[in-house]
Design a protein around this ligand. Structure first.
Ligand code: SAM
Ligand code: SF4
Ligand code: F3S
Length: 442
């Protein structure tokens, strides 16, 4: 039986990884992915609960699907991801159009859940925390993503309980996958065409499997021939241990961009957030890494308007941004999440938060524009990922993840090409291939 599945993914890179693995799994019971939702007989939404807006998108999307299928046979509607975990059977009560609800640590059960539904038409939710069974099962199914830059989840869950965050409730406790399982999956991704691996975890640098740390993994993965670049995301400053900092001295394939969310530049706010790191420690990590390699750059996440944030706290954040010169950062206004400590705190005036967000974003954008401008007329190594939509050029990324577009060819895909940057805007660099003999790469 050939069934068509349409998968829509919201949220973080870990959800993207999961969506690919869900597809690897449902293929076993005859599903084929489609990009045309109108021909789908299964509609799967992989959801995010991080901010209220992200959650509400899910219900809007279901409303849209309902309309689209009004005069057609209803597809099987499955809600996966963090909203599924947080709201479980409540979702089916609120929106009876939903058939199955499956949490992020139960994907290994998805085929049985679907087959059972087809057989008995029983609406069902599956939201147990069982990371070991999930990864044991997934490790037996080939990861067939085959993208030049591929995600590989090595760690899941969080024990830190920042007062604003739902992740410990939606992804469960920290779990690190066995070392050999990860190496096997890395090799299999390389066999299917990956040149860059992005190691993922909600707290990726908390990775610890029987004493094996992220630094050990990086050095082992680097030995796989075919791997050209290694990245990891998202890190917590508390887990930025000496061995991980030191690995930047030895690794040849680890990229010089570190996504290390600080959230706020004020120690007072970090304490209120239960972040477990100070600005002094953050800056110590920053200077230690800069000493090892002055080309290392940082990106971060910021929460603006956290309850208790006064003007001085906000100015501290602005000053930190100017000092560290973060590139490619994310910033959002605090969104109270049910079940978290901060949910009950008094919100600050919306107008003030909006103004602060605008100011922060302007500063972050300015950093990006200056950085990108400084790269004009320089030669950068670009890992080519695909053709542009109109197929006339190629799209790749610099070592700092910045998109680069240039006149390459299809057979450049998967190669690292030296490109001279001719112009830039805030988010993208535009360049041309150069004759790489006698040219120095920046
Ligand atoms: N584990 C990572 C860390 O500790 O930095 C962050 C992972 S979280 C999935 C991604 C980002 O979402 C956070 O860094 C934070 O900036 C943002 N975030 C989480 N909860 C939020 C909330 N309630 N309101 C606004 N932003 C939030
Ligand atoms: Fe959320 Fe904090 Fe855990 Fe990051 S460390 S996932 S922000 S609770
Ligand atoms: Fe969202 Fe869950 Fe990721 S809440 S950010 S999809 S871990």
């Amino acid at each position: 039986m050939s069934q068509k599945i349409f998968i829509k993914t919201f949220g973080c890179q870990m959800n993207e990884y999961d969506s690919n693995r869900i597809y690897d799994t449902v293929k076993k019971i005859g599903y084929i992915k489609t990009d045309k939702y109108e021909e789908a007989n299964c509609y799967l939404l992989n959801t995010c609960h991080i901010r209220n807006k992200a959650k509400e998108k899910v219900y809007h999307e279901i409303g849209r699907v309902k309309k689209l299928f009004k005069s057609k046979k209803k597809p099987l509607v499955i809600i996966a991801g963090c909203v599924a975990q947080a709201e479980n059977q409540e979702m089916i009560r609120r929106e009876p159009y939903i058939d199955l609800v499956i949490g992020p640590q139960s994907y290994h059960k998805i085929n049985n859940t679907i087959l059972n539904y087809i057989d008995k038409q029983n609406k069902f939710e599956e939201t147990e925390f069982d990371a070991i069974s999930k990864f044991d099962y997934l490790s037996k199914i080939k990861n067939e993503l085959g993208k030049v830059s591929s995600f590989l989840t090595i760690q899941e869950g969080c024990d830190k309980f920042c007062h604003f965050c739902v992740v410990p409730f939606t992804r469960g406790p920290e779990y690190s996958r066995p070392f050999s399982q990860i190496i096997d999956e890395a090799k299999s991704l390389v066999d299917s065409g990956a040149k860059e691996l992005i190691l993922l975890g909600q707290n990726v640098n908390a990775y610890n499997n029987k004493g094996t740390r992220l630094s050990n993994l990086i050095l082992e993965i680097e030995k796989i021939s075919g791997i050209k670049r290694i990245r990891y995301s998202t890190s917590h400053p508390k887990d930025m241990t000496e061995d991980l900092i030191e690995v930047y001295k030895y690794s040849k394939k680890l990229m010089p961009l570190i996504h290390l969310p600080v959230q706020s530049g004020s120690n007072k706010i970090l304490k209120l957030m239960n972040r477990k790191h100070s600005i002094d420690r953050y800056l110590e990590i920053f200077y230690n890494l800069k000493e090892i390699n002055s080309n290392i750059e940082f990106s971060s996440d910021f929460i603006i308007g956290y309850p208790g944030e006064e003007n001085q706290d906000f100015e501290d954040t602005l000053n930190l941004i100017k000092r560290v010169k973060f590139i490619n950062s994310y910033s959002f206004i605090f969104s109270p999440r049910p079940g978290t400590v901060a949910a009950g705190l008094e919100l600050i005036d919306k107008k003030i938060s909006n103004k602060r967000l605008e100011k922060i974003q302007n500063q972050l954008f300015e950093n990006q524009i200056i950085k990108n401008k400084s790269l004009e007329n320089k030669i950068l190594n670009v890992l080519v990922e695909n053709l542009t939509d109109d197929k006339t050029q190629v799209f790749g990324r610099s070592e700092y993840m910045t998109p680069v577009i240039f006149d390459g060819k299809k057979n450049d895909i998967g190669k690292i090409i030296p490109v001279k940057i001719r112009r830039s805007n805030r988010s993208t660099l535009f360049g041309e291939i150069i004759d790489n003999s006698n040219q120095k790469v920046a």
